[in-house]
Design a protein around this ligand. Sequence first.
Ligand code: BES
Ligand code: MN
Ligand code: ZN
Length: 506
Amino acid sequence: MHAPYEVPRISVANTPLAKTDTDLIIIPIAQDRADETLAALDSAIVGDVRSALQRGEFRAQPHELYSVRTTAQGWRASGVVFVGGGNRQEICAERLRRMVTAAARVAHQQKRPRIAWADVEPGVLTAAARAEIVADGAVMANFDNGFHKSRNNNGSQFFIREVVVLTADNAGNGARNGQALGAAVNHARMLINEPGNYLTPRVFADKAAEFGSVPGVTAEVLDEKQIEALGMGLFLGVARGSAEPPRLLTLKYTPANAPAGKMLGLVGKGITFDTGGISIKPSDGMERMKDDMAGGASVVAALRCIALQGLPIRAVAVVPMTENMPGGKAIKPGDILKGASGLTVEVNNTDAEGRLILGDGLWYARKLGATHLIDVATLTGAVVVALGKITTGVWGTPQPWVDHVLSAADRAGEKVWPMPLFEEYREQLKSEIADMLNSPGRPAGAVTAAMFLKEFAGDGAWAHLDIAGTAWAEESKPWQPKGATGTIIRTLVEVARGGFPEEKIR
Ligand code: BES
Ligand code: MN
Ligand code: ZN
């Protein structure tokens, strides 16, 4: 099998825990409500964990695990593991997903093909939201980064095959949505992890078009000639240094039941490898720049989920795809490029390539009719300085649209924080000889990158998400392996679920 993941079957059942025939039952437990949860459980299972809690050996901290044996106790499951949640009031979407993923990753490591989640700790979420997160988290845990290793288990990988959510609630829809979301996130993570020699712009375009082509979606891939005919000089300028030709991917979702006149436009940065170009990057850590298409993979995955859920909203995903390479034909610092919108840019640093391709990408999304734009990009090292690897920065206008994105991120359990677009920052973009510079210097580097994009966003609604800090995990955590995180896909789907914040935006 040549993929790092498989999608397990997910079902919802209401069998008593002791009678559930599975390989591992996972039971969430809140630190401040442990007694309540244990009192409601079969006494055969609670003695061990109760004394561990009393001894302080297990404290039910967030995603802390405690295994108990079941064989002699009349349970059908071969294993039971408790997963801590901290205090009940803090068990929100992000916390719950990490609890699920941490426990299910252990099941994956232990090669347990069937797992069940006991929905006994409500946290602060509804039953449907919990089922979605449990399914999503379990699918995400079923991911094995090592699939390119020729000696990975003699070529045979292990995957969890079956996940059951044990609940009395009618949570089937939530579980199905979560399964689709987790699968899309895994697929995006696979694409993002792929090295630059495998995932060239042409390969990325083909794979993304195939992945995004679900019922209701039409895919289109434009080649370098068609891109040129559209006048996309910024995008083509970046592509010039590469022997690999660029591609422009568009996915369109136009359901019959959608309000006319409004269209969500998702624009993703699709640099399949960023060397920096002639303004070349230092070698140390440059290998990470294979993830510079994470924004592109995310918008494709999100559009796929939006269509699979049949959400009543017109949406388009646009991904300019190219390498950023130094070559005999590469653009040079000081060159001037003219984009499809007519604006000219003095390229004082060829490593600020993301904003160039996104400038033309945003223009194209508007041309296709998008009224509410969101771009997603691993755009600046400066956002990592500002927010670290914890939080995605958001910029945008008008404020109700940014607020809409922020509340969607909150429901989705992803950390996003607002950043400023004060007019005063525009000063830094000034060029002597063109409409603007692409690299306005170190101060507020993530802000001036957003100011640059704003010039291409028109006067509809626009939000920019800089995921340079959050797209890649430098080390593995209990809830995620090292590598692509698949961040922001859930937020984008949640934005679409929320529709358009009508009256407030023109
Ligand atoms: N892809 C990088 C941004 C990046 C840096 C992502 C580190 C992830 C980790 C982007 O194309 C870039 O090179 N940005 C430059 C912009 C500068 C030249 C204005 C940067 O941040 O240094
Ligand atoms: Mn760059
Ligand atoms: Zn880049």
